[in-house]
Design a protein around this ligand. Structure first.
Ligand SMILES: Cc1ncc(COP(=O)(O)O)c(C=O)c1O
Length: 411
């Protein structure tokens, strides 16, 4: 952001005065120049010690021979990619993964040298960007392979790729029973090299692992096909967070973890790693307090009517910041107590009932997601308000909410 213009000192006209100018001149105000970005009284807070500890606990939990790939897409699941990369690298992560070329290029240009895998398939015009910035592509079909092989020739390089196998998710990837011929083609190329092979679970974090086991069997079938074709074994990776926690038989050479290091378990039934804690909180300060009389309404559409004398606090955060657009649902924490949301969430504000928290004052800190005292509003609780999942909540806080990094780890 550009530096803000510096405030000018006051100018005073002396045109109509008969008194000596020197005596009328006001003291010159001393104003420090403003720096940084303007403060906002609503923000996303990321606890760096928790983020680092989560990665360390996962690194300790994982079998030593299994490599860690940190999935940093969507700005590190909303936590800020640079902070996540730093914590991942310190815990020994050897790979990073992104879903857009832009995100990966930004980190390359910031000096991150780790191998970077782009999940999903790439359009032809993205491929040169990948080659120039050393970003590893997944290959699911022949056209991309041909184009990458041409680029390898032009750049005089042997370009590493990972073969993406569709074992049942039916999103990206070559269908498992067509995968070996494509792998053989890659292996035959002089300008492209089969560095890795992967697939992705459609359902790894639920109690019923039937489908996941079928996907695992199909993946193994492909690996057997590669071995039978005499191809060297590439880096094999199949597990996301759910698979990592619950399917040790599917760990292979590397696991791709996104949500777990953020301290959020992908489901309520998967295995727990003790000590993991959510690194992200969402907070706002009470910007106004209204004393309601019985019959008074609150907000657009008059969705809440006071039944008695009620005290209402306004928090300057709304659906324009990514908070779910609910009415008379959900809570915020104030002074360690739950205050129910009343009325409808607006674009820039929401209202909570603080009648039972008489000690609450203007500009008190309120928590919309996270802990305060003994109370917690979990990401899953917010997800219920959206009728969605934790992944959606973490990545939906909008950019206009500043990310504030607190509690850096002691070194
Ligand atoms: C291919 C792939 N691998 C791994 C992950 C990480 O998943 P999770 O956040 O559940 O660990 C994702 C995320 O969606 C993905 O698309």
């Amino acid at each position: 952001m550009n530096a803000l213009p510096q405030p000018e000192t006051e100018t005073v006209s002396f045109a109509n005065t008969t008194e000596p100018k020197a005596e009328r001149r006001p003291a010159r105000p001393v104003v420090e120049p403003l720096t940084g970005t303007p403060p906002r009284s609503a923000w996303v807070e990321v606890d760096l010690t928790k983020l680092h500890r989560n990665f360390q606990l996962i690194a300790r939990d994982k079998p030593p021979g299994v490599k860690l790939l940190s999935v940093v897409k969507d700005d590190g699941y909303g936590h800020g990619a640079p902070a996540v990369v730093r914590a991942a690298v310190e815990a020994g992560a050897l790979w990073l993964a992104f879903s857009t070329v832009e995100e990966a290029v930004a980190l390359r240009e910031a000096g991150v040298a780790l191998p970077m895998l782009l999940l999903g398939d790439r359009q032809e015009r993205e491929l040169r960007w990948c080659v120039e910035h050393n970003l590893t592509c997944c290959v699911s079909e022949r056209a991309a392979l041909t184009r990458l092989a041409e680029l390898g020739g032009r750049y005089n390089r042997c370009i590493p790729v990972h073969l993406k196998v569709n074992t049942g998710m039916n999103r990206y990837g070559v269908r498992w029973n067509d995968a070996v011929p494509l792998a053989i083609e890659i292996a035959a190329s002089r300008t492209v090299r089969l560095e890795g092979i992967l697939s992705h679970f459609a359902q790894s974090d639920e109690a019923d692992k039937t489908f996941a086991m079928m996907q695992l069997a199909r993946f193994k079938e492909v690996l057997l096909g590669l071995a039978e074709a005499g191809l060297p074994t590439p880096v094999r990776h199949l597990c996301n967070s759910g698979g990592f926690l619950d399917l040790p038989q599917a760990h292979f050479d590397m696991v791709r973890l996104g949500i777990l290091p953020m301290g959020v378990f992908p489901s309520s039934v998967c295995r727990r790693i003790p000590g993991l804690e959510p690194a992200m909180s969402v907070k706002a300060r009470i910007a106004a307090i209204q004393q309601l009389q019985p019959g008074d309404c609150v907000g657009y559409g008059m969705r809440f009517t006071a039944t008695g004398r009620q005290r209402i606090a306004v928090l300057p955060i709304g659906y324009g910041d990514g908070f779910p657009r609910v009415r008379n649902q959900g809570f915020a924490l104030v002074r360690g107590k739950r205050a129910p949301l009343v009325g409808g969430v607006a674009m820039d504000a929401l209202t909570i009932d603080i009648t039972d928290i008489p000690e609450a004052e203007l500009w008190d800190e309120a928590v919309l997601m996270g802990c305060q005292g003994e109370e917690e509003i979990s990401v899953h609780e917010v997800a219920k308000l959206k009728n969605s999942v934790s992944y959606d909540v973490l990545t939906s806080w909008r950019e206009r909410l500043p990310r504030i990094y607190v509690n850096p780890p002691s070194r």
